[in-house]
Structures are given as C-alpha cells and as structure tokens.
Design a protein around this ligand. Sequence first.
Ligand SMILES: [Zn+2]
Length: 88
Amino acid sequence: MRDLKDYLAEYDGPPLNITAGAHLAGVVDPEDNPWHRLTELAKHCVICVCGAPLPRMQQWTFTLKDNSQVDYTISQCARCGKVYWTQP
Ligand SMILES: [Zn+2]
C-alpha cells in the first residue's frame, strides 16, 4: 500500500471560511488541526501518515455568504486529527 507521505505537500488548507465551517461537516476542531490537500493519486490512500486507517472520504457542499456553493471532499483521521481534503 502506498504511503500518504509520498504525496503530501506542506500544509495546504482550504480557504479560512471553509475551515471555520467544517465542524458542520463533522470535522473535530477544524481550526486547530492540520489540513492536507490530497492530489488525485493520493485520494486512493486509506492510511493516514500516523498509520491509522482513514474513514471514507465524504463529499460536503458548503454554502458561502453570497449563496454560492462549493463542494469539498473531506476525511479526518480519528487518531491524530489531521484533515484530508480535495475539491472535486
Ligand atoms: Zn492520523
């Protein structure tokens, strides 16, 4: 199985309004945990860099202040709290 470390860039979070609202998508302490954007390749990894299995990525639609909507796919490691995300 491939290691996520092969794919991670340095910290790469979504816009702050998304991180701030991510608790609505079930992310625990979204503003205190590191976010990592996954590349196309890394989407198929299921093991966090800490070694714990990652929950299935889930797609969420965020509605912004101007009523536009953006989709994010998010998974959070239950052990270390790292948040992995992509935009479809
Ligand atoms: Zn982890």
